[in-house]
Design a protein around this ligand. Structure first.
Ligand code: DCP
Ligand code: CA
Length: 361
Protein backbone atom coordinates (compact mmCIF):
# COMPACT_ATOMS: atom_id res chain seq x y z
CA UNK A 1 0.00 0.00 0.00
CA UNK A 2 3.05 2.26 0.22
CA UNK A 3 2.67 5.43 -1.77
CA UNK A 4 -0.95 4.70 -2.63
CA UNK A 5 -3.39 7.57 -2.30
CA UNK A 6 -5.98 6.68 0.27
CA UNK A 7 -9.46 8.10 0.74
CA UNK A 8 -10.79 7.94 4.29
CA UNK A 9 -14.14 9.14 5.61
CA UNK A 10 -15.03 10.07 9.19
CA UNK A 11 -18.69 10.26 10.17
CA UNK A 12 -19.74 11.99 13.38
CA UNK A 13 -23.35 12.60 14.44
CA UNK A 14 -24.20 16.15 15.54
CA UNK A 15 -24.99 16.73 19.26
CA UNK A 16 -25.99 13.09 19.23
CA UNK A 17 -27.98 12.44 22.43
CA UNK A 18 -29.61 15.88 22.28
CA UNK A 19 -30.58 15.48 18.63
CA UNK A 20 -32.27 12.16 19.37
CA UNK A 21 -34.30 13.73 22.17
CA UNK A 22 -35.31 16.59 19.86
CA UNK A 23 -36.50 14.04 17.33
CA UNK A 24 -38.51 12.22 20.01
CA UNK A 25 -40.04 15.40 21.47
CA UNK A 26 -40.69 17.83 18.59
CA UNK A 27 -42.15 20.38 21.00
CA UNK A 28 -38.67 21.12 22.43
CA UNK A 29 -37.14 21.98 19.05
CA UNK A 30 -35.67 25.46 18.98
CA UNK A 31 -35.04 25.49 22.74
CA UNK A 32 -31.77 24.77 24.54
CA UNK A 33 -31.73 21.02 25.26
CA UNK A 34 -29.34 19.60 27.84
CA UNK A 35 -28.81 15.89 28.54
CA UNK A 36 -27.76 15.12 32.11
CA UNK A 37 -26.21 12.04 33.65
CA UNK A 38 -26.95 11.59 37.33
CA UNK A 39 -24.35 9.89 39.42
CA UNK A 40 -26.82 8.08 41.64
CA UNK A 41 -25.11 9.49 44.73
CA UNK A 42 -27.64 12.19 45.32
CA UNK A 43 -30.70 13.46 43.52
CA UNK A 44 -29.92 16.33 41.24
CA UNK A 45 -26.14 15.94 41.30
CA UNK A 46 -25.43 15.40 37.67
CA UNK A 47 -23.14 16.38 34.85
CA UNK A 48 -23.92 17.53 31.34
CA UNK A 49 -23.50 14.68 28.88
CA UNK A 50 -24.15 16.83 25.83
CA UNK A 51 -26.41 19.65 24.70
CA UNK A 52 -27.79 21.04 21.47
CA UNK A 53 -26.27 24.04 19.73
CA UNK A 54 -28.73 26.54 21.30
CA UNK A 55 -27.46 25.49 24.73
CA UNK A 56 -23.82 25.55 23.61
CA UNK A 57 -24.32 29.16 22.50
CA UNK A 58 -25.26 29.95 26.11
CA UNK A 59 -21.92 28.57 27.29
CA UNK A 60 -22.99 25.07 28.25
CA UNK A 61 -20.33 22.40 27.82
CA UNK A 62 -20.12 18.61 28.23
CA UNK A 63 -18.89 17.63 31.69
CA UNK A 64 -20.21 20.76 33.41
CA UNK A 65 -22.28 20.21 36.58
CA UNK A 66 -25.98 20.45 35.73
CA UNK A 67 -26.45 22.99 38.51
CA UNK A 68 -24.08 25.36 36.77
CA UNK A 69 -25.80 24.74 33.42
CA UNK A 70 -29.14 25.69 35.00
CA UNK A 71 -27.69 29.05 36.00
CA UNK A 72 -26.51 29.69 32.44
CA UNK A 73 -29.78 28.52 30.90
CA UNK A 74 -32.69 28.58 33.36
CA UNK A 75 -35.18 28.16 30.49
CA UNK A 76 -33.34 25.12 29.06
CA UNK A 77 -34.96 21.70 28.78
CA UNK A 78 -33.06 19.25 31.03
CA UNK A 79 -33.48 15.56 30.26
CA UNK A 80 -31.97 12.45 31.85
CA UNK A 81 -29.69 10.41 29.60
CA UNK A 82 -31.25 7.25 28.10
CA UNK A 83 -28.09 5.53 27.04
CA UNK A 84 -29.64 2.23 25.92
CA UNK A 85 -32.09 3.98 23.69
CA UNK A 86 -29.26 6.05 22.13
CA UNK A 87 -27.28 2.84 21.70
CA UNK A 88 -30.12 1.35 19.66
CA UNK A 89 -30.17 4.39 17.40
CA UNK A 90 -26.38 4.15 17.17
CA UNK A 91 -26.56 0.47 16.09
CA UNK A 92 -29.01 1.41 13.36
CA UNK A 93 -26.71 4.19 12.10
CA UNK A 94 -23.55 2.07 12.27
CA UNK A 95 -25.24 -0.63 10.22
CA UNK A 96 -25.94 1.94 7.50
CA UNK A 97 -22.41 3.37 7.59
CA UNK A 98 -20.83 -0.10 7.49
CA UNK A 99 -22.22 -0.71 4.00
CA UNK A 100 -20.51 2.33 2.48
CA UNK A 101 -16.84 1.39 2.80
CA UNK A 102 -14.17 -1.24 2.20
CA UNK A 103 -13.38 -1.26 5.92
CA UNK A 104 -15.41 0.10 8.82
CA UNK A 105 -14.18 1.08 12.27
CA UNK A 106 -16.56 2.36 14.91
CA UNK A 107 -14.72 4.55 17.43
CA UNK A 108 -17.47 5.74 19.74
CA UNK A 109 -21.24 5.65 20.08
CA UNK A 110 -21.61 8.19 17.28
CA UNK A 111 -18.37 8.13 15.28
CA UNK A 112 -16.88 5.82 12.70
CA UNK A 113 -14.20 5.69 10.02
CA UNK A 114 -14.61 4.22 6.56
CA UNK A 115 -11.84 3.32 4.17
CA UNK A 116 -13.32 4.23 0.77
CA UNK A 117 -10.07 4.00 -1.19
CA UNK A 118 -11.46 1.32 -3.51
CA UNK A 119 -15.18 2.07 -3.28
CA UNK A 120 -14.44 5.69 -4.06
CA UNK A 121 -12.04 4.60 -6.80
CA UNK A 122 -9.19 6.67 -5.26
CA UNK A 123 -11.24 9.54 -6.55
CA UNK A 124 -12.28 12.22 -4.10
CA UNK A 125 -15.15 13.34 -6.35
CA UNK A 126 -16.67 9.87 -6.14
CA UNK A 127 -16.11 9.81 -2.39
CA UNK A 128 -17.97 13.11 -2.15
CA UNK A 129 -21.03 11.61 -3.85
CA UNK A 130 -20.79 8.61 -1.57
CA UNK A 131 -20.76 10.90 1.47
CA UNK A 132 -23.79 12.85 0.21
CA UNK A 133 -25.66 9.57 -0.26
CA UNK A 134 -24.62 8.31 3.16
CA UNK A 135 -25.71 11.52 4.91
CA UNK A 136 -29.04 11.34 3.09
CA UNK A 137 -29.65 7.71 3.97
CA UNK A 138 -28.94 8.40 7.66
CA UNK A 139 -31.27 11.40 7.50
CA UNK A 140 -34.06 9.54 5.70
CA UNK A 141 -33.95 6.52 7.95
CA UNK A 142 -33.32 8.17 11.33
CA UNK A 143 -34.18 11.87 10.79
CA UNK A 144 -30.76 12.76 12.23
CA UNK A 145 -28.03 15.07 10.96
CA UNK A 146 -24.45 13.94 10.66
CA UNK A 147 -21.18 15.58 9.68
CA UNK A 148 -18.71 13.90 7.35
CA UNK A 149 -15.05 14.59 6.71
CA UNK A 150 -13.05 13.19 3.81
CA UNK A 151 -9.28 13.14 3.65
CA UNK A 152 -6.22 11.10 2.69
CA UNK A 153 -6.05 9.50 6.16
CA UNK A 154 -7.90 9.13 9.48
CA UNK A 155 -6.34 12.20 11.06
CA UNK A 156 -7.45 14.55 8.29
CA UNK A 157 -10.88 12.90 7.91
CA UNK A 158 -11.52 13.31 11.65
CA UNK A 159 -10.47 16.95 11.70
CA UNK A 160 -12.50 17.63 8.54
CA UNK A 161 -15.73 16.22 10.00
CA UNK A 162 -15.42 18.63 12.94
CA UNK A 163 -14.63 21.57 10.65
CA UNK A 164 -18.10 22.20 9.19
CA UNK A 165 -20.39 20.97 11.93
CA UNK A 166 -23.38 20.73 12.16
CA UNK A 167 -24.72 18.95 9.05
CA UNK A 168 -21.31 19.45 7.44
CA UNK A 169 -19.45 17.85 4.59
CA UNK A 170 -15.80 18.84 4.37
CA UNK A 171 -13.34 17.49 1.83
CA UNK A 172 -9.59 17.96 2.14
CA UNK A 173 -7.55 16.85 -0.85
CA UNK A 174 -3.93 15.76 -0.37
CA UNK A 175 -2.58 19.02 -1.81
CA UNK A 176 -4.84 21.03 0.54
CA UNK A 177 -3.73 19.39 3.78
CA UNK A 178 -1.13 21.97 4.76
CA UNK A 179 -3.43 24.94 4.13
CA UNK A 180 -6.25 23.21 6.00
CA UNK A 181 -4.17 22.56 9.11
CA UNK A 182 -1.82 25.57 9.08
CA UNK A 183 -4.02 28.35 10.49
CA UNK A 184 -5.82 26.18 13.05
CA UNK A 185 -5.07 26.76 16.74
CA UNK A 186 -2.71 24.04 17.92
CA UNK A 187 -5.26 22.74 20.44
CA UNK A 188 -7.45 21.62 17.54
CA UNK A 189 -4.81 19.18 16.33
CA UNK A 190 -5.87 15.62 17.09
CA UNK A 191 -3.77 14.31 19.99
CA UNK A 192 -3.17 17.73 21.54
CA UNK A 193 -5.01 17.92 24.84
CA UNK A 194 -5.22 20.86 27.23
CA UNK A 195 -1.93 20.02 28.91
CA UNK A 196 0.09 19.64 25.71
CA UNK A 197 -1.51 22.79 24.28
CA UNK A 198 -0.36 24.63 27.41
CA UNK A 199 3.24 23.42 27.04
CA UNK A 200 3.30 24.41 23.36
CA UNK A 201 1.71 27.80 23.92
CA UNK A 202 4.26 28.61 26.62
CA UNK A 203 6.82 28.41 23.85
CA UNK A 204 4.86 30.64 21.53
CA UNK A 205 3.27 27.93 19.43
CA UNK A 206 -0.25 29.15 18.65
CA UNK A 207 -1.12 27.51 15.33
CA UNK A 208 -0.40 24.16 13.72
CA UNK A 209 1.82 26.06 11.29
CA UNK A 210 3.92 27.29 14.25
CA UNK A 211 4.22 23.69 15.40
CA UNK A 212 5.31 22.55 11.95
CA UNK A 213 8.22 24.99 12.03
CA UNK A 214 9.75 23.44 15.15
CA UNK A 215 12.64 21.06 15.01
CA UNK A 216 11.70 17.42 15.71
CA UNK A 217 14.42 17.15 18.37
CA UNK A 218 12.97 20.14 20.19
CA UNK A 219 9.52 18.51 20.16
CA UNK A 220 10.91 15.23 21.49
CA UNK A 221 12.73 17.07 24.27
CA UNK A 222 9.56 18.95 25.25
CA UNK A 223 6.97 16.20 24.89
CA UNK A 224 8.84 12.92 25.09
CA UNK A 225 9.82 10.65 22.26
CA UNK A 226 6.50 9.02 21.40
CA UNK A 227 4.33 12.11 21.61
CA UNK A 228 6.95 14.41 20.07
CA UNK A 229 7.32 12.19 17.00
CA UNK A 230 3.57 11.74 16.65
CA UNK A 231 2.83 15.46 16.76
CA UNK A 232 5.68 16.15 14.33
CA UNK A 233 3.83 13.89 11.85
CA UNK A 234 0.33 15.08 12.74
CA UNK A 235 1.31 18.73 12.21
CA UNK A 236 2.15 17.70 8.63
CA UNK A 237 -1.07 15.75 8.22
CA UNK A 238 0.77 12.41 8.25
CA UNK A 239 -1.08 9.42 9.70
CA UNK A 240 -0.52 5.96 8.28
CA UNK A 241 -2.87 4.17 10.70
CA UNK A 242 -5.27 1.83 8.89
CA UNK A 243 -9.04 1.62 9.26
CA UNK A 244 -9.56 -1.67 11.06
CA UNK A 245 -12.57 -3.40 12.49
CA UNK A 246 -11.88 -4.11 16.12
CA UNK A 247 -11.67 -7.59 17.62
CA UNK A 248 -14.65 -8.30 19.77
CA UNK A 249 -13.96 -8.57 23.47
CA UNK A 250 -17.45 -9.71 24.18
CA UNK A 251 -20.23 -11.49 22.38
CA UNK A 252 -23.73 -10.37 23.04
CA UNK A 253 -27.20 -10.28 21.59
CA UNK A 254 -30.27 -8.19 22.42
CA UNK A 255 -33.90 -8.76 21.51
CA UNK A 256 -37.37 -7.29 21.98
CA UNK A 257 -39.77 -9.66 23.70
CA UNK A 258 -43.01 -10.38 21.79
CA UNK A 259 -44.69 -8.21 24.42
CA UNK A 260 -43.56 -6.45 27.61
CA UNK A 261 -43.20 -9.15 30.24
CA UNK A 262 -42.00 -9.97 33.74
CA UNK A 263 -42.63 -13.71 33.32
CA UNK A 264 -39.36 -15.44 34.17
CA UNK A 265 -40.14 -18.49 32.03
CA UNK A 266 -40.74 -16.42 28.91
CA UNK A 267 -37.65 -14.28 29.51
CA UNK A 268 -35.42 -17.28 30.17
CA UNK A 269 -36.76 -19.09 27.11
CA UNK A 270 -35.88 -16.21 24.78
CA UNK A 271 -32.54 -15.44 26.37
CA UNK A 272 -31.38 -19.06 26.20
CA UNK A 273 -32.34 -19.07 22.55
CA UNK A 274 -30.14 -16.00 21.96
CA UNK A 275 -27.42 -17.76 23.90
CA UNK A 276 -27.37 -20.78 21.57
CA UNK A 277 -25.99 -18.61 18.85
CA UNK A 278 -23.42 -16.88 21.06
CA UNK A 279 -22.11 -20.13 22.48
CA UNK A 280 -21.70 -21.68 19.02
CA UNK A 281 -19.63 -18.67 17.93
CA UNK A 282 -17.46 -18.82 21.04
CA UNK A 283 -16.85 -22.54 20.64
CA UNK A 284 -15.96 -22.02 16.98
CA UNK A 285 -13.26 -19.59 18.12
CA UNK A 286 -12.02 -22.03 20.72
CA UNK A 287 -12.71 -19.60 23.56
CA UNK A 288 -13.72 -20.27 27.12
CA UNK A 289 -15.58 -17.66 29.17
CA UNK A 290 -16.06 -16.75 32.80
CA UNK A 291 -18.58 -13.91 32.82
CA UNK A 292 -22.20 -13.72 31.73
CA UNK A 293 -24.18 -10.46 31.88
CA UNK A 294 -27.93 -10.07 31.61
CA UNK A 295 -29.42 -6.71 30.58
CA UNK A 296 -33.07 -5.87 31.03
CA UNK A 297 -34.63 -2.81 29.41
CA UNK A 298 -37.97 -1.50 30.63
CA UNK A 299 -40.67 -0.07 28.34
CA UNK A 300 -39.35 3.44 29.05
CA UNK A 301 -35.80 2.39 28.15
CA UNK A 302 -34.31 2.31 31.61
CA UNK A 303 -31.75 -0.49 31.66
CA UNK A 304 -30.27 -2.59 34.43
CA UNK A 305 -27.59 -5.22 34.19
CA UNK A 306 -26.54 -8.12 36.34
CA UNK A 307 -23.33 -10.10 35.90
CA UNK A 308 -21.99 -13.34 37.23
CA UNK A 309 -18.35 -14.38 37.06
CA UNK A 310 -17.35 -18.00 37.55
CA UNK A 311 -14.19 -19.23 39.29
CA UNK A 312 -13.20 -21.37 36.33
CA UNK A 313 -13.51 -20.73 32.62
CA UNK A 314 -16.15 -22.83 30.86
CA UNK A 315 -17.38 -23.30 27.31
CA UNK A 316 -20.29 -25.74 27.52
CA UNK A 317 -23.84 -24.77 26.65
CA UNK A 318 -25.06 -26.32 29.86
CA UNK A 319 -22.82 -24.02 31.92
CA UNK A 320 -24.13 -21.04 30.06
CA UNK A 321 -27.74 -22.12 30.57
CA UNK A 322 -27.24 -22.65 34.28
CA UNK A 323 -25.57 -19.29 34.83
CA UNK A 324 -28.08 -17.40 32.70
CA UNK A 325 -31.06 -18.89 34.45
CA UNK A 326 -29.62 -18.04 37.85
CA UNK A 327 -28.85 -14.51 36.71
CA UNK A 328 -32.31 -13.86 35.32
CA UNK A 329 -34.10 -15.28 38.38
CA UNK A 330 -31.88 -13.19 40.59
CA UNK A 331 -32.48 -10.09 38.49
CA UNK A 332 -36.26 -10.48 38.51
CA UNK A 333 -36.39 -11.05 42.26
CA UNK A 334 -34.59 -7.73 42.77
CA UNK A 335 -36.35 -5.82 39.98
CA UNK A 336 -39.80 -7.29 39.51
CA UNK A 337 -40.90 -5.08 36.61
CA UNK A 338 -41.89 -5.66 33.02
CA UNK A 339 -39.17 -5.73 30.39
CA UNK A 340 -39.43 -4.66 26.79
CA UNK A 341 -36.03 -5.90 25.76
CA UNK A 342 -33.45 -8.25 27.12
CA UNK A 343 -29.92 -9.18 26.25
CA UNK A 344 -27.17 -11.50 27.23
CA UNK A 345 -23.43 -10.96 26.90
CA UNK A 346 -20.57 -13.35 27.44
CA UNK A 347 -17.10 -12.02 28.19
CA UNK A 348 -13.84 -12.59 30.07
CA UNK A 349 -12.39 -14.97 27.50
CA UNK A 350 -9.44 -17.28 27.62
CA UNK A 351 -8.11 -20.05 25.44
CA UNK A 352 -7.81 -23.42 27.12
CA UNK A 353 -4.43 -25.12 27.38
CA UNK A 354 -4.39 -28.10 25.07
CA UNK A 355 -5.80 -30.79 27.27
CA UNK A 356 -4.75 -34.38 27.01
CA UNK A 357 -7.80 -36.49 26.52
CA UNK A 358 -8.26 -40.16 27.23
CA UNK A 359 -7.47 -40.92 23.61
CA UNK A 360 -3.87 -39.77 24.15
CA UNK A 361 -3.24 -42.58 26.59
N1 DCP B 1 -20.85 12.14 25.60
C1 DCP B 1 -20.96 12.12 27.00
N2 DCP B 1 -20.02 12.77 27.78
C2 DCP B 1 -18.98 13.44 27.21
C3 DCP B 1 -18.87 13.47 25.80
C4 DCP B 1 -19.83 12.81 25.02
O1 DCP B 1 -21.89 11.50 27.53
N3 DCP B 1 -18.09 14.08 27.98
C5 DCP B 1 -21.89 11.47 24.79
C6 DCP B 1 -22.98 12.45 24.46
C7 DCP B 1 -22.77 12.81 23.03
C8 DCP B 1 -22.10 11.57 22.46
O2 DCP B 1 -21.38 10.99 23.55
O3 DCP B 1 -23.99 13.13 22.36
C9 DCP B 1 -21.17 11.86 21.31
O4 DCP B 1 -20.11 12.70 21.74
P1 DCP B 1 -19.51 13.86 20.85
O5 DCP B 1 -18.25 14.29 21.48
O6 DCP B 1 -19.46 13.42 19.41
O7 DCP B 1 -20.54 15.05 21.02
P2 DCP B 1 -21.91 15.36 20.34
O8 DCP B 1 -22.29 14.35 19.31
O9 DCP B 1 -22.94 15.56 21.41
O10 DCP B 1 -21.69 16.78 19.67
P3 DCP B 1 -20.90 17.19 18.34
O11 DCP B 1 -21.95 17.78 17.45
O12 DCP B 1 -19.90 18.19 18.77
O13 DCP B 1 -20.29 15.96 17.76
CA1 CA C 1 -20.83 13.71 17.70
Amino acid sequence: MAGMNRVVMHIDMDSFFAQIEERENPEIAGKPVIICVFSGRGEGIGAVSTSNYHARNQGIKAGMPCGRAKKLSPEGIYLPSRKDFYKEVSDQIMEIINRYGDAFEQVSIDEAYLEVTHGGGKDIGKAENLAIELKEEIKNRTSLNSSVGIGPNKLIAKMASAHKKPDGLCIVRPNEVNDFLGPMPVKKLYGVGKKTAGILQEDGIETIRDLRERDPLWLIEKLGKARGKKLFDYARGIDPSPVISREKEQFGRMMSFPEDTDDSEIIIFHILELGEDIISKIREKGYQFRTVTFTGITPDYISHTKSLTLDHPVSEKIDFFEVSEKLIMNYLSKKPEKLRRGGITVSNFSRPERQSSLIDY
